[in-house]
Every structure is written in structure tokens, then in C-alpha cells.
Design a protein around this ligand. Sequence first.
Ligand SMILES: [Zn+2]
Length: 189
Amino acid sequence: MGYEGRKGWKKLLQLNIQGVTKIFVWKTLNNCLPTKGNLFKRRVVDNPLCPICEKEFETSCHAIWSCPTAVDVWAEEGSLVKKWASSEVDIEIIWKNMVERLIAEEMRLIAIVMRCIWLRRNKFVFEKGFTSPKDILIQARHNVIDFQLPQTSKLESIKRQRRDMVRWKAPDKEIVKLNWDAAYDKTSQ
Ligand SMILES: [Zn+2]
């Protein structure tokens, strides 16, 4: 991994996303996904072509970025990289460009969309079903919210615990503090 790659990797580590998504993006950037191209190199399969478009070697970059079935998601209305060239062949460079131009909050969504695209491909390969590009973006946004909610409530409970830990402290010198209580006996008045 070059210097730029390391910068992109550092950014990935800082993103507020699930570990599984981080690992997935790391594998993508290092072309370690079990793509047909990689399985072919390891002689697991005898055809390296993308199982969906059947036109190019299935590399991580092809699967996540340049395959027509990835392009349709990135080009969908509401995508953060709508006008970006899809012909790029190095996913590490694409990631670096994104890191430079997008804010952390946007990068979170990008990372989740990347994983959704991969899961969608698998779904196509194994179940022959395909999620629409629009639904992929909706799924990714929900994922961001779902991940945020438990974190927010965790923070709340930490704050509550802190409040509970406030203990009684003796008042400063020359200050008298009186605590008093009263009761009324109804029978004897
Ligand atoms: Zn393809």
C-alpha cells in the first residue's frame, strides 16, 4: 500500500461504521474480495469473468465500481458521487479521491453503499434476485441510522451513570447547611 493508500486506510479506520463494513472496505481496497478474478488466480474457478455482465475480469474495482450493476447505484439520484467517471480501474485511487472530497459523514454512507453493492451481487449470483439501485441507497441510509441509534442510547446511559455518581460533599467553611423534616400526628393533633 502506497502513501496515498495509507492515508485512505487511516480515514477508513476513523469512520464511524460497523467493523464488518470496515473490514469489507479494507478487503476491497486491497483487492482481497472473493471475486471471480481472485478465485481464478487461486484456481478455485475456471472463469475469471464477472458473473453478471460477463464482459470483464471480476476484480474488486469492477465489482464495486465499474460493473454496470455498480455504476447504476453510484449514478442513482441522491448518490454522493453521481457524476464521477466509472471507467477508473483502481479502487484505492477512487477511495483516495473520495476521502479528499467528501466529509466523514458522507464517507460512512459510501462505505456502506460499497458493501450493499457487494451483497446485492451475491444475492444475484446465488438467488437470481436483484435489488434496485434506489433500494440500495435507501438500505445504506437505514444502515447508518440503525447504527447510530444504539450508540446514542449508550451515550445517554453513560451520561445517566455520571449523574448518579454525583456524591454529597461537605459545604465550604462558614456555610451551614440545614436539612430538616417535619411530621404531623393527626390523632393527637
Ligand atoms: Zn460486471
